[in-house]
Design a protein. Structure first.
Length: 299
């Protein structure tokens, strides 16, 4: 698996910057005392997290690289503009992984050194983690909508209503989890209504347009000519849908952070590794689907 030079350099630079932000600052005495581990032991755990993230970021960059190459191959066709919008959305999703990790590490280190900065750094972390994927799914939604228009195949009345019901329940559950989050003021550092209006509502909106976009891509695959072409677009639809489902899981878990503090450090790491591995599946599905599409165009 290869990445184009600019993507590869961006990937390496992001990884080095994140590793430096994690490994250079001295470990927090509070963290060492809470989990009863030594500084050396914590550093080993930090390295394992960096290795896992390196693999997952690579999956994201690789998936985008393949999709971008396909978008460039068909840019002069009627599908070219919608696919280009999907590529831009995917790029933002891929960048969200390292950008949010790097900014979060830098802000957390700043908050440890300057306790008075805990509130603004916490708030910034929440918005950074939300704004990039929100913008990404706006592009993906636009691209998916244009593709279904080209195929003249819109979601049915029944499917639209079932998706609406699903999203209502996802939103209500998320709202309930946020409202009942233990130590909510510490987790969000904002009033409950500000959390509802500027965090909960945008996330639910993002999930709504994301799930609908994945479904529209699936519909587009049904109208695509040829079995291999349909299968490729189906993989892409499942990949984008998988990323949205993972986003829901991440946000649900955020509301349970205080309740999970009684778990051992290894149990917490296992949960984090599992979610990150699940996230990478979405990018792998996108890469697999795009490779098949490239082979068709090259014939």
């Amino acid at each position: 698996m290869k990445l184009k030079s600019r993507l590869f350099y961006g990937y390496i630079l992001s990884l080095i910057l994140y590793a430096a932000l994690v490994l250079i600052p001295r470990p927090s005495p509070a963290v060492l005392q809470q989990y009863r581990i030594t500084a050396g032991h914590l550093r080993l755990l930090d390295i394992t997290i960096i290795v896992v993230l390196a693999a997952i970021w690579f999956a994201g960059f690789y998936g985008y690289s393949k999709f971008r190459d396909y978008a460039q191959m068909i840019r002069d066709t009627k599908d070219g503009r919608p696919v280009d919008l999907l590529a831009k959305g995917l790029l933002l999703l891929v960048l969200w992984l390292p950008v949010s990790s790097i900014i979060s590490s830098a802000l957390n280190d700043l908050a440890l050194k300057r306790p008075g900065w805990v509130q603004p750094t916490t708030i910034i972390n929440h918005y950074v983690g939300m704004l990039l994927p929100l913008a990404a799914y706006l592009f993906i939604s636009l691209g998916a909508r244009r593709l279904t228009r080209l195929a003249k195949h819109r979601p049915s009345f029944l499917a639209t209503n079932l998706l609406s019901i699903l999203l209502i329940y996802i939103g209500v559950i998320y709202l309930r989890l946020v409202a009942t989050t233990a130590n909510r003021d510490i987790v969000y550092q904002m009033s409950i209504w500000l959390v509802f209006l500027t965090i909960v509502a945008p996330y639910v909106y993002m999930w709504s347009i994301g799930i609908l976009a994945a479904y529209e891509l699936f519909l587009y695959s049904q109208k695509s000519p040829g079995f291999v072409y349909r299968k490729s677009w189906r993989l892409l639809a499942f990949g984008f849908g998988w990323l949205i489902i993972t986003s829901v899981a991440f946000q649900y878990l955020t509301t349970l952070t205080a309740r999970l503090q009684h778990l051992s450090l290894y149990a917490l790491l296992l949960i984090v590794y599992a979610l990150l591995a699940v996230l990478s599946v979405g990018f792998i599905l996108i890469a697999l689907g795009t490779r098949k599409l490239q082979k068709i165009e090259e014939v």
